[in-house]
Design a binder for this molecule. Structure first.
Ligand code: ZN
Length: 268
């Protein structure tokens, strides 16, 4: 007569089912965060900026205590920021922690525009090599961000936005090699089409590739150039529509000297 589950399989068993799905992102209450002084919601996100803590952190340091101290520094004088500056933080064991979270604009990227358009991930580490568990944790964080914001395609180092050593040479190399992008492991297609009205760094890269003025704003002249290139490459640049899908994006990468693995024979 088993009307109640055996005690040994009680609540722990239920937790063990991972009912949330996917690897967990620890909540703010898990590190006892102080409330934000203010928040502003993201309207749209088109990229991810990687930061590092920049000071030595022992791999065994307790992360909740570390996050509280970072938040105190950010909210305290002289900074007086609204909240911990980062949206998501990843420790050296690969655990992923909610900072401002995925719905509130960042405060870490050093420029208002990029704080409104890019989610900030902070790797809790100083200079030196990045442990494999931490690389996995950052990829998990990227997955969480893209679940919420499918347009968050670009992953860039903080130093791409402003002059800074952040996030250090090790992370810069990993980013440049695509090693922090989970899409490169799974072959999962995460693609945000570019079309008239699109804006941002990806548009500027596209414009460079198709011979339009790289001002980051996709207007009628860029559309004209895209159609022309699609016509020349047809069918390998996708339909001649003036809309940029993965096929033409492969061409952009190719013009940038990045090895294209999608369909290499096309370009040989
Ligand atoms: Zn930074």
């Amino acid at each position: 007569m088993l009307l109640v589950p055996p005690p040994a399989l009680g609540p722990f068993y239920v937790l063990g089912l991972h009912i949330l799905g996917g690897p967990l992102m620890h909540s703010r209450s898990a590190w006892n965060a102080a409330p934000p002084k203010k928040t502003r919601p993201f309207k749209n996100v088109n990229g991810i900026v990687i930061h590092f803590a920049g000071f030595d952190i022992s791999p065994s340091r307790d992360t909740p205590g570390l996050l509280r101290s970072i938040q105190q520094v950010h909210q305290g004088k002289p900074r007086n920021w609204w909240d911990i500056a980062y949206n998501v933080l990843v420790d050296q064991r690969g655990e992923v922690w909610t900072g401002r979270g995925l719905t509130n604009t960042s405060g870490a990227n050093g420029a208002t525009a990029s704080n409104k358009s890019h989610v900030a991930i902070c790797a809790l580490i100083g200079n030196g090599p990045i442990p494999p568990a931490m690389v996995d944790g950052i990829k998990t964080a990227v997955d969480h961000i893209r679940d919420r914001w499918p347009g968050a395609i670009d992953i860039m180092p903080h130093s791409q936005i402003k002059p800074t050593i952040c996030p250090g040479d090790s992370l810069r190399t990993l980013i440049a090699n695509g090693d922090l992008d989970p899409g490169n492991d799974t072959g999962k297609v995460v693609f945000d089409f570019l079309e008239r009205g699109s804006r941002g760094t990806r548009v500027a890269r596209l414009q460079q590739a198709v011979g339009a003025t790289p001002d980051g704003a996709f207007g009628p002249r860029t559309e004209e150039r895209v159609k022309k290139v699609q016509g020349t490459l047809y069918p390998f640049g996708g339909p001649v529509s003036g809309r940029v899908g993965p096929e033409l994006w492969s061409y952009v990468l190719w013009t940038e000297g990045i090895e294209v693995t999608v369909n290499p024979s096309v370009f040989s």
